[in-house]
Design a protein around this ligand. Structure first.
Ligand SMILES: [Zn+2]
Ligand SMILES: [Zn+2]
Length: 361
């Protein structure tokens, strides 16, 4: 801006560029920022002068062009003349338009990291519903197979034990999976790329998950889970084995829904869900909210959260991260906060408020 200010005939403290013979008139009270080209001044300046101003504002290189113009002469009248001549030139106007375009597109590019989940359709479509129906059918088939194999009370107990074991271990399984996609790879990673991208989008805009429709939210897991279970439907029945596998994959499929429920405010949830969350059957709101706080390296489990305290106390994930780093020199994302692409870009809750770990919400 110095060159433009240099063109002004008044002091730097209160810039005003006045040329009675020209339509160019700028004024402002500040010389410390772009603000010294006040809106009023721009509005009152001629089209040519606005063009010059705009060019300087969007492209610092234009400023050096004007500075070199000024070096040609110290006579302000001549400078005015040269300035307007410059503004008149077709090339210059094309350059200004180009600079404006570059500036505009750079603004759009800046917003890109906020996309991801936000850019995805939150509604369920037919394909989502069909994959969920497929996954649910295979889960129901496994449970029916387990029950059909029951010939005694002990067998029924085994089905119950399979249900309990699946609830316990599915939480642990989601913890390891969530840790993996949060810390390693990116959207281009084979097979897991879309999941990594989805988790990244979720960390940027946490409340978006509460806007996803049911099938939209869980179809991505229902699909591979159903494919995995299908061959087991053809194998010989076993009360515990079939019950465990069926319920385990069923809970893994539902983990994105238990995760979504933990993102609502207490006032938005029905009483029975709050009771299940508060009693540790489903993932707690407060426990998961802590996962979304820097350094984003705790409470990865998202079915019930049962394993989170133990895993974090034993430093299981940090130990695994150090092992991976020492072995393959690959650092997890949670080690580099400053370049963290998963930083929250929006408020935690939809209403514009943040999660407070010291208050239950
Ligand atoms: Zn996460
Ligand atoms: Zn979350």
């Amino acid at each position: 801006m110095a060159a433009v200010r240099g063109l002004c005939t008044s002091s730097l403290a209160s810039t005003s560029y006045t040329s009675s013979s020209r339509a160019c008139r700028l004024s402002s009270s500040s010389t410390r920022s772009n603000a010294h080209f006040s809106a009023k001044a721009v509005r009152h300046s001629s089209r040519k002068c606005r063009l010059v101003l705009l060019a300087v504002l969007v492209d610092p290189q234009v400023e050096s062009k004007i500075a070199s113009l000024k070096q040609e002469t110290s006579d302000s009248e001549v400078v005015d003349s040269l300035l307007l001549k410059l503004a008149d030139s077709t090339n210059f106007q094309t350059e200004v338009q180009g600079a404006v375009k570059v500036k505009s597109s750079s603004k759009v590019t800046k917003k890109e990291p906020v996309l991801g989940l936000t850019d995805t359709n939150l509604k369920s479509n037919l394909e989502h519903r069909l994959w969920v129906a497929f996954g649910a059918t295979t889960v129901a088939g496994m449970v029916a197979k387990a029950l059909s194999a029951c010939q005694s009370g002990e067998d029924v107990m085994q089905v119950g034990a399979g249900l309990l074991a699946s609830w316990v271990l599915s939480d642990l399984g989601t913890g390891f999976y969530h840790w993996g996609v949060d810390n390693y790879g990116d959207a281009s990673t084979p097979f897991f790329g879309s999941q990594i991208d989805a988790f990244q989008g979720h960390h940027q805009r946490p409340w978006t998950i509460t806007k996803r429709e049911f099938a939209n939210n869980i179809h991505a897991i229902a699909r591979p889970a159903g494919m995995f279970l299908t061959p087991f439907l053809l194998l010989p029945s076993h009360p515990f084995g079939d019950s465990f596998l069926g319920f385990f994959l069923g809970m893994v499929i539902m983990s994105q829904q238990t995760h979504a429920l933990s993102h609502f405010k207490k006032s938005q949830l029905p009483p029975f869900i709050i009771a299940l969350q508060d009693n540790g059957v489903l993932l707690g709101r407060k426990m998961h909210g802590t996962h979304h706080k820097p350094p984003y390296d705790v409470n990865y489990c998202i079915v019930s959260g049962l394993w989170n305290p133990l895993l974090d106390r034993l430093q299981i994930f940090p130990r695994m991260e150090r092992f991976i780093y020492n072995k393959w020199n690959v650092a997890p994302r949670s080690w580099s906060e400053t370049s963290h692409e998963w930083m929250q870009a929006d408020t935690y809750f939809e209403d514009g408020t943040e999660f407070d770990p010291y208050q239950s919400s």
